[in-house]
Design a protein around this ligand. Structure first.
Ligand code: HEC
Ligand code: HEC
Length: 321
């Protein structure tokens, strides 16, 4: 009997020791959130060209709007408005998401209608409430420019065309990553990168089940979920628009009604207002909405505030930000 217990406790301590060794090697490898890679493999010439195009109003019909008008990099990659404003002051139907870290989204747009970044670019260029342009006009304007023809020819053997414009902008978007956040430093083993309060906020984020939807490198961006799982948000808000139907607009499936790509929380500290309709003015308001409509439960203010403190540790570094 005694011997058996000794063996058992030996095995127990041996296993614990092994686990501790493994933990030391890769401290927080089992977390639902993964660090953003420190670098991505991109073609620097395409990135430079894409950067010029992204900031150039030449892509819009009346030379007034650039991608950067609605995705201001210095303020987090969105526009700070409830819904975006395009050419001639036209109001769009939906809130502008950040363009940072979009390479890590499994699909693009709130309803996931674009399969990748290149496909996504057709949207804003042709959308009448965004840049309102036509591809042949975009291409001919770029050909008339004093710099673009040479820049394109240096990279693409077939010069300026729709695919190459999309390819260059997409390459630039891929370079817009924000590695080395305090949270990622902690994930990689720097225990002092987060305060105890922020670590507590992260534990609550997991315990309440936020990480069942907001997870992976982007803390979101890798699944669709209905908004209003446990309480009907849209009934409460009223005035349902097409944009509110979400993924249903793409698939026509009833179960996709009001379903959206779970947004990334990486830059959330900087991208107020929140939610697809821009209805949450502060991060705290968005967290309140999540408790009410996604989790269907109450939580004390101090728990919600700690979660907000944790979310603010997720934004990393970028030369453009
Ligand atoms: C008039 C404002 C406006 C302009 C101009 C604009 N965007 Fe957007 N962008 C938005 C809005 C609003 C959305 C969300 C649309 C949706 O999901 O239906 C969006 C979505 C995106 C997304 C998807 C992000 C995600 O997480 O799903 C990317 C990437 C993007 N835009 C890049 C660009 C690029 C590149 C350009 C220029 C070619 C551009 N945008 C021009 C407002 C704009
Ligand atoms: C069932 C899946 C699910 C759960 C659980 C969930 N979320 Fe969300 N979250 C979403 C979806 C979907 C949206 C987008 C809703 C919309 O805009 O229509 C969202 C939006 C957000 C936003 C706004 C982001 C932005 O840029 O607009 C924040 C912040 C957020 N969630 C935090 C949390 C927190 C904190 C928790 C836990 C208390 C949580 N979420 C739980 C699916 C979920």
């Amino acid at each position: 009997m005694l011997n058996e217990m000794r063996i058992e406790s030996f095995l127990f301590f041996a296993a614990a020791g092994l686990a501790a060794l493994l933990l030391a090697a890769d401290v927080h490898a089992e977390e639902p959130i993964k660090p953003i890679p420190e670098a991505v493999n991109v073609n620097p010439f395409k990135v430079d060209l894409g950067r010029s195009l992204f900031h150039d109003t030449i892509l819009s019909k009346d030379d007034t709007i650039a991608c950067a008008s609605c995705h201001e990099l210095a303020s987090g990659g969105d526009d700070g408005l409830r819904v975006s404003i395009g050419i001639e002051g036209r109001e769009g139907p939906i809130n502008s998401p950040t363009v940072f870290n979009t390479a890590f989204n499994f699909k693009q747009f709130w309803d996931g209608r674009a399969r990748d970044l290149e496909a996504q670019i057709d949207g804003p260029i042709q959308n009448p409430v965004e840049m309102g342009n036509l591809w042949p006009d975009v291409v001919s304007k770029l050909y008339q420019d004093s710099d673009y023809p040479a820049q394109f020819n240096a990279i693409y053997s077939d010069g300026i065309n729709r695919n190459n414009v999309k390819n260059a902008i997409a390459e630039y978007l891929k370079s817009l990553i924000t590695p080395n956040s305090r949270f990622d430093q902690w994930l990689k083993g720097n225990e002092s990168a987060l305060t105890d309060y922020e670590k507590h906020g992260y534990e609550l984020f997991k315990d309440y089940g936020c990480s069942s939807c907001h997870q992976g490198a982007n803390v979101g961006g890798n699944m669709f979920q209905v908004f209003g799982v446990l309480n009907d948000y849209f009934k409460r808000r009223g005035d349902i628009t097409d944009a509110d139907l979400g993924r249903y607009n793409v698939t026509g499936n009833e179960e996709d009604r009001h379903s959206f790509k779970v947004p990334s929380l990486r830059m959330a500290a900087h991208t107020a207002p929140y939610l697809h309709d821009g209805s949450a003015e502060t991060l705290r308001d968005a967290v309140d909405a999540m408790f009410e409509f996604q989790l269907g439960r109450e939580a004390p203010d101090e728990d919600k505030d700690a979660i907000v403190a944790f979310i603010k540790t997720l934004a990393g570094e970028s030369e453009e930000f």
